[in-house]
Design a protein around this ligand. Structure first.
Ligand SMILES: [Zn+2]
Length: 271
């Protein structure tokens, strides 16, 4: 979800023991400072209204805390190696599973198509291992999007009709990595294509979340009441996203029960 209170974000890079990590600094409508270390990035959230001096002081303190954590626990925060796709891998897409069938051809481009419960990939044989994996990841997103987006748009209109009945302008699916979805005051809804790989109920929660913003363009109590009315166990979906969201890339996914708790360490400072 795009937090509507986010006013701005800076991205810096931190290098520790030869590993570069992005530090995302979110300036938000909030009263405390918070830093969390995730496998892909360090997120710092600070109030937007701090004076320059106070902001500098808080950032220095929070960054130092993160640096100490990373130095003291190198194994714990080791970034995950990029997923290597292999012929025969199983890929979770919504509530379905597909088998990857990877073939190589001596040609420039790569292509993919879905046939029943298999995704057939035809990959250029002249690629480095890394490019080869990137080709597969992009192709998977594209072919899943092509298959799922028309039915999902219908589903979003239906969810709106059933729960909110608000004017809904346009629905966009974008490969957005910074949020799961967003809603504009013009009545447009954006959903991240990363969610195409999430379980259907999680994807549906994000759609409902954004639709509820058509009524409440904030995260007030009334907003969460609207969400809860449509999805009583929405907190479970938020938990799933927090714990598994980084796996929504077309890589193999652990199921709900055996999901691995995301490695995160959080420091909160009240200001
Ligand atoms: Zn929201």
């Amino acid at each position: 979800m795009k937090i509507l209170g986010i006013l701005d974000m800076d991205v810096e890079t931190l290098e520790i023991n030869g590993i570069k990590r992005p530090i995302k600094i979110h300036y938000e409508k909030r009263n405390n400072c918070r830093v969390s270390i995730r496998k892909k990035a360090i997120n710092i959230r600070i109030p937007y209204f701090l004076s320059e001096e106070e902001r500098h002081r808080q950032l220095t303190d929070l960054k130092q805390w993160a640096i100490n954590q990373l130095k003291d626990n190198p194994e714990r925060f080791k970034p995950e190696a990029q997923k290597e796709y292999k012929d025969g891998d199983t890929i979770a897409v919504g509530d379905n599973e597909y088998i990857l069938k990877i073939g190589f051809k001596d040609k420039l481009g790569s292509s993919a198509r879905i046939e029943g419960s298999a995704i057939q990939l035809s990959i250029s044989s002249n690629l480095s291992k890394e490019t080869h994996n990137n080709h597969i990841s992009t192709l998977l997103s594209r072919c899943i999007a092509k298959k799922r987006i028309p039915e999902l748009k219908e589903r979003i209109y239906e969810l709106n009709k059933n729960h909110f009945n608000q004017p809904l302008n346009k629905i966009f699916f974008k490969h957005n990595k910074s949020n799961w979805g967003s809603c504009s005051s013009a009545g447009n809804i954006n959903i991240s294509t990363r969610l195409l790989f999430a379980p259907d109920d999680v994807l549906e929660y994000v759609c409902v979340h954004e639709l509820a913003h058509l009524i409440e363009l904030n995260h007030s109590k009334n907003f969460w009441r609207l969400v809860e009315k449509a999805i009583p166990d929405y907190k479970k979906k938020i938990k799933w996203l927090k714990e598994n969201g980084d796996k929504c890339t077309g890589s193999e996914r652990k199921n709900h029960a055996s999901s691995v708790k995301a490695l995160a360490n959080i420091k909160t400072v009240l200001v």
